[in-house]
Design a protein around this ligand. Sequence first.
Ligand code: NAP
Length: 292
Amino acid sequence: MTAPRERTVVVDGMALARRLREEIASEIAALVAAGHRPPCLAVVLVGDNPASISYIKGKRRACERAGMTSRELDLAADATQEDVIDFVTALGRDPGVDGILVQLPLPKGIDTAAVIEAIDPAKDVDGLTTPSAGRLLAGLPGLRPCTPLGILAVLDRHGIELAGANAVVIGRSILVGKPIALLLLERNATVTICHSRTRDLAAVVGEADVLIAAAGSPLLVKGDWIRPGAAVVDLGVNMVDGAQVGDVDFDAALGVAGLLTPSRGGVGPLTITMLLRNTLEAYKARTGIADA
Ligand code: NAP
């Protein structure tokens, strides 16, 4: 017999994002009312990838609504690596810019790692430079990657106990898997990182009180792998026959998981929210303005 679906709390990432963005907006409004300039995010786009253009539009709109300024800086698809690095370096020196985001992926022929390293670590609101990654590894304060921060926001909002919990992360990318594993460890979870060479993934997943699925593999996690009552955060964004599905079989997980994020409207909206928060934090750290 299947368990009742209502046993699972389905996360409304949009509602949580809206609430957090309102908090950010009112903090910025207070700073501006106190006579300070608003924080400024610079977004660098190289080329004309349609998905990147659409993501940037979303980020610009989110900045506007939060009362932040955003600068969108476009370079032609045939820009050289040197051009891009010079551009990003100049933004690092610009006192009016608090956050720098280079929209990925970059066109072929440009070394992404080299461009990311050109970002001033004090403005690294995506948390992807090696100084930011090193600070996370060392347990020092710093700017953390946005999607992992979004995952923590979801878990915290729903009161998921992390200290002592068995947390299983599927995926070891620099963008999601590794940083969320470190952040969960920082919160005293017992963390296991899985990847494509993990033996018996189902058995490892079955031990998880908290499961983070960030493999980019459609419906990888079956309902009967999940420990009853576990908190399951699905990062997967996969298109199958024109429909978006996650890394977790959502329908099969309903009634088994205690908490479940949908692929659409789950952690996604929180990623941009955390970008806003990181930009505000970078602004405060750079300007020395604590609060209005
Ligand atoms: P990625 O760089 O492709 O990394 C995927 C990771 O998953 C790799 O470490 C890979 O293992 C592992 N993996 C792949 N298939 C597996 C399998 N069958 N069993 C176990 N491990 C497997 O991807 P990413 O950038 O981390 O993104 C992961 C997913 O999250 C994607 O669907 C992406 O679109 C989504 N995402 C969502 C958001 C959001 O805001 N919602 C943000 C970022 C990413 P190996 O290392 O061994 O290859």
